[in-house]
Design a protein around this ligand. Sequence first.
Ligand code: SF4
Ligand code: SF4
Length: 107
Amino acid sequence: MDKYLKALKQNVCSVCVDSNEKGGCTLNEKESCAVELFLPQIIDVIHNTDSDNMQEIHQKLKDTVCVECRAQENGNCYLREDANCSLDRYFWSIIETIQKVDAGLIT
Ligand code: SF4
Ligand code: SF4
């Protein structure tokens, strides 16, 4: 799990609007990042989706992760609607980073 976390910090946190200039997360203790919170489930979805279709993987992430997330109610998420969820905002880059770790392209 650590290798994924490290790679995500380098590739996603570094460009995240919620990070400082050094790539450190600026969320406070009352806020949580869906990428960190649901990382095992995210990795699981990517490993168990037999498709390279990003839309399909995105939908599976929503079906698996968002249903567990307290920000979602009746299929709607105020954070997603405000482009304020890191998982939704950077899902493409998250998937790519995890696949690169799996392929040994990021260590
Ligand atoms: S919100 Fe998540 S993705 Fe963004 S900097 Fe913080 S930990 Fe990284
Ligand atoms: S899009 Fe919303 S429901 Fe889904 S993980 Fe992000 S905050 Fe949670």
